[in-house]
Design a protein around this ligand. Structure first.
Ligand code: C2E
Ligand code: CA
Ligand code: CA
Length: 656
C-alpha cells in the first residue's frame, strides 16, 4: 500500500527508527525505575531490572552491578542478571580484588582494548586473568556509584568497541536516576548515614543541609498541601501500632475522600481544584490535635492517624472533620459546599499492620460513599463491597445490559483545513449511587471479565447511530472508536461489526478503530491477521497512545495502519522540554515516511498546537479545542465554536 521508498529515505527512516528506539527504551527504563522506587518496591527490584535491561541490550550472558561501599574499601554485587546471577548477587569483595576493583579504583572503563594502555607487568597479569568482559563506571551527579559489567557474549564472540559505547551510554543514562533513588532510600533507612554524609562535605555544609531538608521533605510530603504523603502516613501508622501494642491499647485510622471533587476539578480546572484541596487540608488540620497526623494519600484522598484512639474517639474525630467542611469554601468568587466520606479502621480489630488497616479503612470509606452515610467503621461483611471485588462488576454488567453506558465525543481538529473534521468516542458511566466512574476504573474490569466484547459493540452502535444523526444535520465527520486487546483476539468481532455497519448503512470510510500500541504489539503476529481483516472491510486503523509501548518497527511497517496517535505524555511538556519535542518530531517524521497520518493527543495550549503545526502534525485533540462532550453538547459545539464553524452548515430553527 505504501509508496516505494528510495534508499535515502530508507536510511533516514532507519536513523529515525534507531533514535526513536533508543529514546523509547531510555524513557521507559527511567519511568520504570522512578515508578518502582515511588511504589516502594525498593531499589533491589530497580537494580535487577536495570541489570536485565543492560544484559538484553548487549546480548551478554551475565551482567552485574558492583557498587562501591560508602568508605570505598570494598564493593558489593548489588544485582546481577543472566548466568550465575543468583550466586553473584550480594557478594562483597575488597576494592583491591578483581577487574571490578580495577575499574572502581581507576574510575575508567575496561574492555580488551584497555590492555594495550597498561604497563607490561600489569598487562601480562590481566591478559591471563580477564575474560571476555566489559566494565564501565556508574556515576551520578554527586557520587561515583560503582559500575556495570557485562560478561561473555551469548554467541561467545568478543565484545566490540560498539558494545563498550552502548554500555557507557546506558550507564550514563541511568546514573542520575539510580543516584536519586539510592539517596531517597538512604534517607529513609538511617539518619546516621546522613550525619556522615554531612561531615564529608563540611565546607558546603549550609547549602547541603538545605538540599537535604528539601529532599527529605519532598520524599515524605505532598508538594501541594505540604501534608505528610502516603509513605509518611504509613510510617506514622506503624509507629502508632507499635505504641498501641506496647500499651495494649487500640489506635485508629481514618480514610477521607471528598465527594464530587472530580466534577469541580473537571469543570473549573486544576487550579481551582488545587486551591480547594489546600483549603480542605487546612480545615481538617485545624480540627485535629497535636499527636494526630493528617496526610494526603493522593487525589482527593486524605488520611488521619489517631494514636491511642478507640472506636468511640475515632467517631468523635470523624464528626469534627465532617463539621470542618460545614461552611462553604470560597475560592476566586466561587463558593463550594463540599462533603466528605470517611472510613474508619481500628487496630487490632481490623488489621495488625499498616497495609491491612489502610485496606479496611478504604473499604469502610467505599461503603460510606456507597450508602451515602458520612462515615462508617469497617466490618468484615464489607469485604464484598471492595471496589475491586464483585459489586462494581455486578453493577457494570447491569449497566451494559440496560444500555446505561453513554458516549461522549471529543472533537479532533485538522491542522490542514483548520477545522474540526472528526471526533473520538469515549465511554461514560454514570453510576446511580457513586456518580461518574472514570473509564480507567471500569474498562480494566470489563477487560478482565470479557464483558468488553459486548461493551465495545454497544459503543460502536451508539456511535454509528450518533453519526447518522449528525449526517442528518449535514455533518459528515470521521469518528474514532477505541478497541480493547480482547476485541483483537475475538474472531467473531469483524463479523459483528460488519453486521452493525450494514444494518445502519453506515459508510465504513468514516470509521477509525483505535488500538493501543501495547495491545497491538502484545502479539503482533496475531494482530496482523485481525487488522488485515478489518482493513479489508474498509475500516481505518489507528495506533493509540503511541510512544508508550515497545513497537516493533518491523511490524509497524507491515501492519495495515492509517494513523499514529502520539501519547499525551510527550505532548504535555513538549513546549518546555526539548527531548519531548524531539521525540514528537521523530514520531511525526517516522509516521509520514510510513504513509501514516498523525494525531497529537492532550493538546492543552495554543503554543503546543502551533509547535505541532510547524512539525507537520496532521491533527490535534485536547482540552484546548474541547473536552469530551455529550452528544448534544457536541452538536452545539459544531455549530457555535470558532474551532468548528468553518466546516458546518448552521442548524435551522426547525432542527433544534
Ligand atoms: P484515550 O483513548 O487515550 O482517550 C483520551 C483520554 O484523554 C480521554 O480520557 C480524554 O478525556 C483525555 N483527554 C483528551 N484531551 C485531553 C487533554 O487535553 N488533557 C488531558 N489531561 N486529558 C485529555 P477518558 O475519557 O477518561 O478515557 C480514558 C481512557 O479510557 C481512554 O484513553 C481509553 O483508553 C479508555 N476508553 C475510553 N472509552 C473507551 C471505550 O469505549 N472502549 C475502550 N476499549 N476504551 C475506552
Ligand atoms: Ca483513544
Ligand atoms: Ca490515547
Amino acid at each position: 500500500m505504501h509508496p516505494p521508498l528510495d534508499s535515502n529515505t530508507r536510511n533516514q527512516i532507519r536513523g529515525l527508527e534507531d533514535l526513536l528506539h533508543q529514546k523509547e527504551a531510555q524513557l521507559a527504563l527511567l519511568t520504570e525505575i522512578a515508578e518502582i522506587v515511588a511504589n516502594e518496591e525498593g531499589l533491589d527490584t530497580a537494580f535487577a531490572i536495570i541489570a536485565e535491561r543492560a544484559r538484553a541490550q548487549l546480548d551478554a550472558k551475565t551482567v552485574t552491578i558492583p557498587l562501591l561501599s560508602p568508605d570505598q574499601t570494598s564493593y558489593t554485587y548489588r544485582a546481577a542478571a543472566g548466568l550465575n546471577a543468583e550466586e553473584l548477587t550480594g557478594a562483597e569483595l575488597p576494592i583491591e580484588v578483581g577487574l571490578c576493583g580495577w575499574v572502581l579504583r581507576h574510575r575508567k572503563p575496561w574492555w580488551r582494548g584497555t590492555l594495550e594502555s597498561l604497563e607490561e607487568n600489569e598487562r601480562n597479569y590481566w591478559e591471563k586473568k580477564a575474560g571476555n568482559i566489559i566494565l564501565v563506571p556508574l556515576v551520578g551527579k554527586r557520587h561515583f556509584l560503582g559500575g556495570i559489567a557485562a560478561i561473555d557474549k551469548q554467541d561467545d564472540s568478543n565484545f566490540t568497541e560498539h558494545d563498550l559505547e552502548l554500555l557507557v551510554m546506558f550507564s550514563r543514562q541511568i546514573g542520575l536516576a539510580v543516584e536519586n533513588a539510592m539517596y531517597v532510600e538512604e534517607l529513609q533507612i538511617t539518619t546516621e548515614r546522613m550525619e556522615a554524609y554531612r561531615k564529608q562535605l563540611e565546607q558546603s555544609i549550609q547549602q547541603l543541609a538545605k538540599t537535604n531538608e528539601d529532599l527529605e521533605h519532598l520524599a515524605l510530603h505532598d508538594p501541594l498541601t505540604g501534608l505528610p504523603n502516603r509513605s509518611l502516613v504509613i510510617d506514622r501508622v506503624q509507629q502508632a501500632i507499635l505504641t498501641a501494642r506496647r500499651n495494649q491499647k487500640p489506635m485508629a485510622l481514618l480514610m477521607l475522600d471528598l465527594d464530587h471533587f472530580k466534577e469541580v476539578n473537571d469543570t473549573l480546572g486544576h487550579l481551582v481544584g488545587d486551591k480547594l484541596l489546600i483549603c480542605v487540608g487546612e480545615r481538617f488540620q485545624n480540627s485535629l490535635r497535636e499527636p494526630d497526623t493528617l496526610g494526603r494519600l493522593g487525589g482527593d484522598e486524605f488520611a488521619v492517624v489517631l494514636p491511642r484512639a478507640n472506636q468511640k474517639d475515632a467517631l468523635i474525630v470523624a464528626e469534627k472533620l465532617r463539621d470542618a467542611l460545614q461552611h462553604p469554601i470560597d475560592i476566586d468568587q466561587n463558593s463550594f459546599s463540599i462533603a466528605v466520606s470517611i472510613g474508619i479502621s481500628i487496630y487490632p480489630d481490623h488489621g495488625s499492620d499498616p497495609s491491612s488497616l489502610l485496606r479496611s479503612a478504604d473499604i469502610a470509606m467505599y461503603v460510606a460513599k456507597r450508602t451515602r452515610n458520612e462515615f462508617s467503621v469497617y466490618q468484615p461483611e464489607y469485604d464484598a463491597y471492595n471496589p475491586d471485588h464483585f459489586s462494581l462488576l455486578h453493577d457494570l454488567r447491569e449497566a451494559i445490559r440496560q444500555g446505561e453506558i453513554s458516549v461522549a465525543f471529543q472533537p479532533i481538529f485538522d491542522l490542514h483545513n483548520d477545522t474540526v473534521t472528526g471526533m473520538e468516542a469515549l465511554a461514560r458511566w454514570h453510576h446511580p449511587e457513586m456518580g461518574d466512574i472514570p473509564p480507567y476504573e471500569f474498562i480494566p474490569i470489563l477487560e478482565q471479565t470479557g464483558l468488553i466484547k459486548a461493551f465495545t459493540l454497544q459503543i460502536l452502535e451508539k456511535t454509528i447511530e450518533y453519526c447518522m444523526y449528525c449526517q442528518q444535520h449535514d455533518m459528515e465527520l470521521k469518528v474514532a472508536v477505541n478497541l480493547s486487546i480482547r476485541n483483537l483476539r475475538d474472531d467473531k468481532f469483524p463479523e459483528q461489526i460488519s453486521e452493525i455497519i450494514s444494518r445502519y448503512s453506515f459508510n465504513c470510510q468514516q470509521m477509525i478503530l483505535e488500538i493501543t500500541e501495547s495491545a497491538i504489539m502484545h502479539n503482533p503476529k496475531h494482530s496482523l491477521g485481525m487488522l488485515k481483516h478489518l482493513d479489508e472491510m474498509g475500516l481505518k486503523l489507528s495506533v493509540d497512545d503511541f510512544g508508550t509501548g515497545y513497537s516493533s518497527l518491523n511490524y509497524l511497517k507491515r501492519l495495515p495502519l492509517n494513523q499514529l496517535k502520539i501519547d499525551r505524555s510527550f505532548i504535555k511538556d513538549m513546549a518546555k522540554n526539548e527531548d519531548d519535542a524531539m521525540i514528537v518530531r521523530s514520531i511525526i517524521e517516522l509516521a509520514h515516511n510510513l504513509g501514516l497520518n498523525t494525531v497529537a493527543e492532550g493538546v492543552e495550549d495554543k503554543q503546543t498546537l502551533e509547535q505541532l503545526r510547524t512539525l507537520n502534525c496532521d491533527m490535534v485533540q485536547g482540552y484546548l479545542v474541547s473536552r469530551p462532550l455529550s452528544p448534544d453538547g457536541f452538536l452545539h459545539f459544531m455549530t457555535s465554536s470558532p474551532w468548528a464553524t468553518r466546516f458546518t452548515v448552521p442548524l435551522t430553527d426547525a432542527d433544534d
